[in-house]
Design a protein around this ligand. Structure first.
Ligand SMILES: Nc1ncnc2c1ncn2[C@@H]1O[C@H](COP(=O)(O)OP(=O)(O)OP(=O)(O)O)[C@@H](O)[C@H]1O
Ligand SMILES: [K+]
Ligand SMILES: [Mg+2]
Length: 677
């Protein structure tokens, strides 16, 4: 999708947005935005007064009223244009997604076991299909048999095929992707119209966009401000009348529109849509705007070590026999325990043996029962036919297992495993029944730049906790190397959820990444759960975001985008409200100058005439909206720092700027307008 994804505005998109700006004038749409709805009502009144001046008495000159009407109309169109433009980007993305949603033929496995060709749209949850090399996967599902490489570039933009296999963490497949080798059997997991791509389409189209909690709160504030100014302006008329000043309705409406928060009111939904869009551009699929917004408020981040902080290809690099044992014997048992272990760790053990030219006897595995690696036991291995049990696993787990059978621990085991752990490696002990034969040294490296990234998070005021199933020594070394704030070692899946609950009980918002079925409960519990697209269906369904590139460290960027969204909204609100100062000084003296000459001291801007002052303020109020569209869409510049510092800085930049800019802007506009009137 990367390649077809719209990075820039195309001419068609702008044209479509221009058209939509007029369509959106429909009051039924406008109602959803109370601030702009008030402007629309005012625009209508001024239009009627312009068209039927005699009906409304002698209020104002028709030329002035017509000008006010035109400026108000543009104010509305500008606000609509901002929203339409933001929506347009999403629609363009949806179009490119729809292309990958072609109708295709599926090979469905029937009750009797036969295979029948059916259209992919006939597939229902629970159906089983067979997909062979060269064919498209007809729907979302889980591999239940076989192994195949799958080209997922249609949704991820990544051209290298990925391996999908039954069982384990890489079993989920997405409809619309292509099998490039071998054959797999898939159980379909979604009904028509509810697939991953369907959900993506409706999300980027904005069809299912719901206002987020912060957006709702801000909207309420804007409505309250609008009501206050409405009351102020309405009560101004009788007061003026008492002073002997006749204020025309168009002038009062102009004042009202200038004072109510039209800038932020007009840009608010564009900011929200653009925030979602930025996350999508990043190949992260947010299930709701709420999730993106929550990312901006995160206090604590839970990361796992392997694959997130480190590269995750924990590779066996050395075998270390226990005192009195031979290298050949460790190699033999390491091999037996790994022959059917499909984890990267297990496979790397066999690769190491091959590389070192160590011969192993595979015959003894005939009729043996494979013991799969589990995060709960932290061991894997084989139960041989002759009754011997072979295991490899986390040192403390294997020790406990051996001791429980009355075995003893070789004296050099702990020093050796500690040495590996202090270097940041993962030691695995290899044992048969009550006897430990030695260690496997699994090497993994911390991804470059991690320290800087965690430093950034710290400056944002976010606490990072690394949760790992690894031993405390390895955990401590990696934690130090990566610079996380805290770590939890030897953690089981339920420990992750416990950490999240504990933080949440303290009123914190928590983010976490994960990919396994055992991560699913924690992903659901977290306020922001980012699942890897390569992960299991359970993980993806529990999470509220999915990373199509399966890069767990992306959670850091997602948080930055969320923060930027919140900041952009805050900055433009501050700017919008601060603008009122200058508009007030432009319009109020103009309204009263004729009757109360002393009012002229308020005319600090020295504007040409009362009329040009009002029109200039109104024009500024309108054109500031399109001028700020790029900022609303791109988001304000973001530097990682604490929330209080950010607030100070933004109040300074956007508050002070919001006061000063309109003084200059209105003055400049007035110099031009005054030439005409
Ligand atoms: N294939 C395997 N066979 C035996 N033991 C393993 C295997 N893979 C990992 N282990 C051991 O189990 C421990 C827990 O591994 P797991 O992958 O569950 O860690 P985790 O909880 O996901 O945390 P992290 O991914 O941060 O290391 C590892 O530290 C290692 O000691
Ligand atoms: K305004
Ligand atoms: Mg893991």
């Amino acid at each position: 999708m990367n390649n077809t994804r719209t990075k820039v505005m195309s001419k068609e998109m702008v044209n479509q947005a221009l058209k939509d700006s007029f369509i959106k004038l429909n009051p039924a749409f406008m109602m959803r935005n109370p601030v702009m709805f008030v402007v629309e009502a005012g625009t209508l009144v001024v239009l009627l007064m312009t068209l039927f001046p005699s009906y409304f008495g002698t209020e104002g000159s028709t030329g002035f009223n017509l000008t006010v009407f035109v400026i108000l109309l543009f104010t509305l169109l500008f606000a609509n244009f901002a929203e339409a433009l933001a929506e347009g980007r999403g629609k363009a993305q949806a179009d490119s997604l729809k292309q990958s949603k072609k109708e295709m033929t599926a090979h469905k496995v029937m009750e009797g076991g036969g295979v029948q060709s059916v259209p992919s749209t006939d597939l229902r949850k629970g159906d089983i299909v067979v997909v062979t090399q060269g064919e498209m996967i007809p729907g979302d599902g889980e591999v239940i048999a076989g192994l195949a490489s799958v080209d997922e570039s249609a949704i991820t933009g990544e051209s290298a095929p990925v391996i999908k296999e039954a069982g384990g963490d890489f079993s989920s497949v997405t409809g619309g992707t292509r099998v490039v080798s071998d054959t797999i059997k898939i159980r379909i997991t979604s009904d028509p119209g509810e697939s991953f791509i369907d959900r993506m389409i409706s999300l980027v189209e904005g069809a299912s966009r719901q206002k987020t909690p912060n957006e709702i709160a801000l909207n309420t504030l804007l409505i309250v401000l609008t009501l206050i100014f409405l009351i102020v302006v309405v009560t101004l008329a009788p007061i003026a009348k008492y002073l002997g000043i006749e204020l025309s309705v168009p002038v009062l409406i102009s004042l009202l529109v200038c004072l109510i928060p039209t800038t932020i009111g007009g840009l608010l939904s564009a900011i929200g849509i653009a925030g979602m869009d930025r996350v999508t551009q990043f190949n992260v699929l947010a299930m709701s705007g709420k999730a993106v917004e929550a990312a901006g408020d995160i206090n604590t981040m839970i990361l796992d070590k392997t694959g997130t902080i480190t590269f995750g290809n924990r590779m066996a690099s050395q075998l270390i026999p226990a005192r009195g044992e031979t290298l050949a014997s460790v190699a033999q048992w390491a091999a037996v325990s790994s022959l059917l272990d499909e984890t990267p760790e297990g496979r790397s053990v066999l690769e190491l043996l091959k590389k070192e030219g160590l011969e192993v006897d595979e015959s003894m595995t005939a009729g043996a029962e494979f013991i799969e690696f589990k995060a709960e036991t932290r061991m894997s291995g084989m139960d041989l036919k002759d009754g011997r049990k072979v295991r490899k696993g986390a040192v403390d787990a294997v020790k406990a297992w051996v001791l429980s059978q009355g075995g003893s621990i070789p004296p050099d085991l702990t020093p050796n495993s500690d040495a590996i752990a202090t270097e940041g490696g993962t030691p695995l002990a290899v044992a048969v029944d009550h006897r430990i034969y030695g260690l496997i040294y699994l090497k993994d490296t911390v991804k470059p730049g991690m320290k800087e990234r965690f430093e950034q998070l710290r400056r944002m005021g976010i606490k990072t906790i690394m949760c790992t199933g690894d031993n405390p020594l390895t955990a401590a070394t990696i934690a130090r190397e990566a610079g996380v704030d805290d770590f939890i070692a030897e953690s089981k899946p339920e420990d992750k959820i416990a950490v999240i609950r504990k933080e949440q009980a303290e009123g914190k918002l928590v983010a976490m990444t994960g990919d396994g079925t055992n991560d699913a409960p924690a992903l659901a519990q977290a306020d922001v759960g980012l699942a890897m697209n390569s992960g299991t269906t359970a993980a993806k369904e529990a999470a509220n975001m999915v990373d199509l590139d399966s890069d767990p460290s992306k959670i850091i960027e997602v948080v930055a985008i969320g923060k930027q969204l919140l900041m952009t909204r805050g900055a433009l609100t501050t700017f919008s409200v601060a603008n009122d100062v200058a508009k007030y000084f432009a319009i109020i003296p103009a309204m009263f100058a004729a009757a109360i000459p002393s009012m002229n001291v308020l005319n600090v801007m020295g504007l040409g005439s009362p009329m040009s002052a009002i029109l200039s303020a109104l024009i500024f109020n309108a054109i500031i909206i399109p001028l700020l569209i790029p900022l609303a869409m791109k988001g304000v510049a973001y530097k990682p720092m604490s929330s209080s510092k950010l607030l100070q800085r933004n109040v300074l930049v956007y508050g002070l700027g919001g006061v000063i800019v309109p003084f200059i802007g209105i003055k400049l506009i007035d110099m031009i307008v005054h030439l005409w009137i």
